[in-house]
Design a protein. Structure first.
Length: 393
């Protein structure tokens, strides 16, 4: 870890957390003319954003998530110009495989809603699904949904691009800087305390991902975010069926098993993953091969030819989960100018550009282009919160 820059004595806004959401917020604020300090206790992208490859999509069942995903896709398509960095975007599409007629009905309604927002998704039969991914067992599914503009990119490159651009615009990015507490007087923020000193400020944005509950508690704000380990595996070279091209990001909607390429050509290794329904919450990020039988059993259903392909290496990271698996974005009701953008439950990377814009406007007390009022942490009150989003991986 290199020597961090000198810590300013004060700033207009302090952003806590140096992942993809935090660096997006810092960039958009700095671009808007704010004096910004971003604090990261480790290196940039060392938390949830450290995943090797991240999906980008606008296929959701909730209109708000569609809007955030679609707006972010447009930003990722022009990322090489603004803020200016190659992120390896591969728009190979997302292919959702649908095991039941009820799934097909759900996706039919969602596709109509997505199309109304300009997303070119469509239902496809299994003949077309198998042309898109020839590893798929067509007998297991009723139909599929496909959107060609979805795909994947490299989160680490996005973090770097946003951080470098934020620095060029005058932001201070201080890694190796741990937040020890927040100074709050009469419901107003006055500063952020770190092991390197205090930064005076009246505005804080919590983008601390899986660690956001602790940061919120420093201000007396409840952010119901819980860390859950997720794992992925990488194969070596895999022989492709004749005529295969690049694979779309393919997901079995029944099991959450997914597979896609790891590079820009059809000869790339494959990435395999699945959500373990029995994974207990916690901060453990150790890759554990005991997860492989679950992965292989799901692959045997979805893509039988891949069920026994050697997994040569793996990776474990944290999802930042909320009770309803939707993000929390907004401003605290009882602490003036404590804002938050966290709890994305696996969707932070794909929504980060739009979220950076939204938080920029909330800080400036402007109306954002996307209304995120429904994502306020205030929704977690005395009554049970019912999940709105069905397309969870």
């Amino acid at each position: 870890m290199g020597t961090p820059p000198a810590l300013p004595s004060g700033a207009d806004v302090v952003v806590i957390g140096g992942g993809v959401v935090g660096t997006s917020v810092a960039f958009h604020l700095a671009e808007d003319g704010a004096d910004v300090v971003l604090l990261e206790r480790d290196e940039l992208g060392s938390g949830s954003s450290g995943k090797p490859i991240g999906g980008v999509r606008a296929q959701f069942s909730d209109p708000l998530n569609v809007a955030l995903g679609a707006r972010s896709l447009r930003a990722y398509e022009t990322f090489d110009r603004r803020p200016g960095h190659d992120i390896g975007l591969q728009q190979v599409g997302y292919l959702f495989l649908l095991p039941t007629r009820a799934d097909v009905d759900l996706f039919r309604d969602s596709v109509a809603m997505q199309n109304a927002q300009g997303v070119p998704s469509r239902l496809v039969d299994m003949a077309e699904a198998c042309r898109l991914n020839q590893f798929v067992d067509p007998g297991r599914y009723e139909a599929a949904a496909f959107s060609p503009e979805d795909g994947w990119a490299y989160p680490g490159a996005v973090v770097t691009g946003y951080a470098e651009a934020a620095r060029r615009l005058g932001a201070t990015i201080a890694t190796g800087t741990t937040v020890m507490g927040l100074a709050v007087t009469d419901g107003r923020l006055t500063g952020v305390r770190t092991q390197r000193g205090t930064v005076a400020t009246t505005t804080v944005v919590c983008c601390a991902g899986a660690w956001s509950r602790t940061v919120g508690a420093m201000a007396g704000v409840h952010l119901p975010v819980e860390p859950v380990r997720r794992q992925i595996g990488f194969t070596g070279p895999v022989r492709r069926p004749a005529g295969s091209g690049r694979l779309p990001f393919t997901i079995d909607f029944g099991s959450t098993f997914y597979v896609h390429d790891t590079g820009g050509d059809a000869a790339a290794d494959l990435l395999l993953g699945i959500a373990d329904p029995h994974q207990a919450p916690g901060f453990d990020r150790t890759y554990d091969e005991s997860w492989l039988p679950l992965l292989r059993s799901a692959a045997r259903v979805c893509t039988p030819a891949l069920a026994d392909v050697p997994v040569t290496r793996g990776w474990a990271g944290l999802y930042e989960m909320t009770p309803d698996h939707d993000a929390v974005i907004g401003e605290a009701a009882h602490v003036d100018r404590f804002l938050y953008a966290t709890g994305f439950s696996g969707h932070g990377f794909l929504q980060a550009p739009a979220v950076g814009e939204v938080v920029r406007d909330l800080v400036a007390r402007r109306r954002p282009a996307i209304d995120v009022t429904a994502l306020s942490a205030e929704r977690f009150g005395a009554t049970e919160v019912v999940p709105r989003e069905a397309f969870i991986i």
